[in-house]
Design a binder for this molecule. Structure first.
Ligand code: PSU
Ligand code: MN
Length: 301
C-alpha cells in the first residue's frame, strides 16, 4: 500500500506539525453535482477549511493510487472527466489494483481517512436504507462503514429519498451514535426537520470531539454520525422536496438504473425539477458541514 498511498505535502506538513486536518469526499464532485459547480464548490470548501486554520484533504483514487489531498488540477480532472468509478468499500481494491480513477463515497472516504489517520470528515448527506429496501435490499454501505470505522462523519442527515426511520433503526442496531448539532431532530438534507426525534443533541464542536475521544478510549470501533441541519435560510420545505422526489422516483422506476447509479440519478433529477435551486442548497449545506468539521478537528487537538 505504501507506494499507492499519496499524501499531499500540505497534509503531510499538517500531520508533522500537529495541525488539524479534515477529510473531504469526492463522489460529491464526480457524481453528486453537475459541472462546473461541482469543481467550484469543491475548491471553495478547501478554501473554507484553510480560512479556519484547518488543512483540507480531499480524497480520491487516481490511476490506482489513493490520494489524501488533491491539487486544484486534480479536483478539476475529477469533476470533468468521464469514467470515474464510484468507490465504496466493495470497489476499493478493484479500483486500486486496476489502476483506475475513482471518487470515494462516504464509505470509501472513511476507509481512506482512517488509513491516513484523519479522524473527521465532512460530506453532504450519507447514504442509507432506501425506500422499498425490503424488496430491493438497497442499503448504503455508508451505514456499515459507520458501524466499523472510527471516523466522525459530519452530514446534514440523510436525504429524504431514503427510508429515514429504517436508516436510524439500522444505525441504532449497529451501535452508531447519531449526534444532532443543536437539535434533537434528525435533519433531512434539504430540510431541517423529519419528526424523527431520536438523535442525541449536542451544542458545540468541542462536545462532539469529547464524545469521539470517549468512544476511542472505550475502544469502540464505530464511527460517529453528526447531523448538522442545513442553515434555515437555505432550507427547502419538506413537502416541496417530497414533490420532486416522487417525480424522480417514478422516473427511476421507468429507467433501468439500479445499484450505485440510484443516488446520483435521483439527485440530478431533483436539481432538474427545482431548476437548480436544490444544487445551490446542497452546496450551502456542505459548506456548513465543512465549518463544523473544522471546529471538531480543532477540538480534537
Ligand atoms: N452528499 C451529497 N451528495 C452526494 C453524496 C453525499 O451532497 O452525492 C454521496 C456520498 O458519497 C454518499 C453517496 O456516500 O452519495 C451515497 O450513495 P449510495 O446511496 O449509492 O450508497
Ligand atoms: Mn445503494
Amino acid at each position: 500500500m505504501k507506494e499507492q498511498l499519496v499524501i499531499k505535502d500540505e497534509v503531510k506538513e499538517a500531520f508533522e506539525q500537529g495541525k488539524p486536518v479534515v477529510a473531504l469526499e469526492s463522489t460529491i464532485i464526480a457524481h453528486g453535482m453537475p459541472y462546473p459547480r461541482n469543481i467550484e464548490a469543491a475548491l471553495a470548501n478547501e478554501g473554507t477549511a484553510r480560512s479556519l486554520g484547518v488543512v483540507p484533504a480531499t480524497v480520491a483514487i487516481l490511476k490506482g493510487r489513493l490520494h489524501i489531498g488533491l491539487s486544484s488540477a486534480q479536483v478539476e480532472y475529477l469533476g470533468s472527466a468521464e469514467e470515474i468509478l464510484k468507490v465504496s468499500r466493495r470497489d476499493f481494491s478493484y479500483c486500486l489494483a486496476g489502476g483506475f480513477d475513482g471518487a470515494t463515497t462516504v464509505c470509501g472516504t472513511m476507509i481512506a481517512a482512517h488509513l491516513a489517520g484523519i479522524a473527521v470528515f465532512a460530506t453532504g448527506g450519507i447514504g442509507g436504507v432506501h425506500r422499498g429496501a425490503a424488496q430491493s435490499w438497497d442499503v448504503s454501505a455508508d451505514l456499515l462503514e459507520l458501524a466499523r470505522t472510527p471516523v466522525i462523519v459530519v452530514s446534514a442527515g440523510a436525504k429524504a429519498i431514503l427510508d429515514l426511520p429504517a436508516t436510524l433503526e439500522f444505525l441504532e442496531t449497529r451501535g452508531v451514535p447519531v449526534l444532532g448539532y443543536k437539535t434533537a431532530e434528525f435533519p433531512t438534507f434539504f430540510s431541517r426537520t423529519s419528526n424523527l426525534k431520536s438523535v442525541l443533541k449536542v451544542d458545540s464542536a468541542a462536545e462532539i470531539a469529547r464524545i469521539y475521544l470517549q468512544q476511542r478510549d472505550l475502544k469502540l470501533q464505530q464511527g460517529l454520525l453528526v447531523a448538522n441541519p442545513i442553515p434555515a435560510e437555505y432550507e427547502i420545505p419538506a413537502p416541496v422536496i417530497e414533490g420532486y422526489l416522487n417525480r424522480a422516483l417514478s422516473e427511476l422506476k421507468k429507467s433501468k438504473i439500479t445499484g450505485k447509479g440510484v443516488t446520483p440519478f435521483l439527485l440530478s433529477k431533483i436539481v432538474e425539477f427545482s431548476e437548480g435551486k436544490t444544487l445551490e442548497c446542497n452546496i450551502k449545506l456542505v459548506e456548513n458541514n465543512v465549518r463544523l468539521a473544522c471546529g471538531i478537528a480543532v477540538g480534537l487537538k
